[in-house]
Design a protein. Structure first.
Length: 166
């Protein structure tokens, strides 16, 4: 399968006008991954982000094609939490997904800094493939830091919160 710039532009246009949130297409000599509605903290807007490679050329998030699409030559690096105190326990993401602090927009967050949590208490939601996964505390603790902004994509193993176990 070959994919030229015209085909790529038509495909991106179709996806940008549809309800598709994530799209992956692989051919013999390319891989195209498109994710929609990811919050770009630098621009403060929602953008269509295109990641992948075409004929061994990496395409990611830097050179704008149009208002909704951006590409580049280097992959975006996941956010890394700053080193924490040794007396704190890190709660990490068990999966790739989108981090939500509350059950729905406008509702109170599950936890805030300073809250005490108990074993089995929901502390956040990770959305993966349209499924809402409630993440529960594995121990009694006090929330010391929340390191991820609401609605932000997270990687497997990324530190979400730091807590002080009680």
């Amino acid at each position: 399968m070959k994919l030229d710039h015209e085909d790529l532009n038509r495909l991106i246009e179709k996806i940008s006008t549809s309800d598709i949130q994530e799209f992956l297409l692989e051919g013999e000599d390319f891989k195209l991954e498109i994710k929609r509605n990811l919050f770009d903290q630098n621009q403060g807007t929602k953008n269509l982000v295109s990641n992948g490679s075409y004929e061994s050329q990496t395409i990611t998030n830097q050179k704008p094609i149009n208002d909704n699409v951006s590409i580049a030559n280097e992959p975006e690096k996941p956010q890394v939490a700053p080193p924490g105190r040794s007396d704190l326990t890190e709660i990490t993401s068990p999966m790739v997904g989108t981090f939500y602090r509350a059950a729905a927009p406008g509702e109170e967050p599950f936890v805030e800094v300073g809250n005490n949590i108990k074993v089995g208490q929901t502390i956040c939601i990770l959305e993966a493939m349209k499924l809402m996964n409630e993440i529960e505390s594995e121990f009694n603790a006090e929330i010391v830091e929340i390191l991820v902004e609401n609605g932000t994509p997270v990687e497997f193993g990324q530190v979400l919160m730091r807590v002080k176990q009680s």
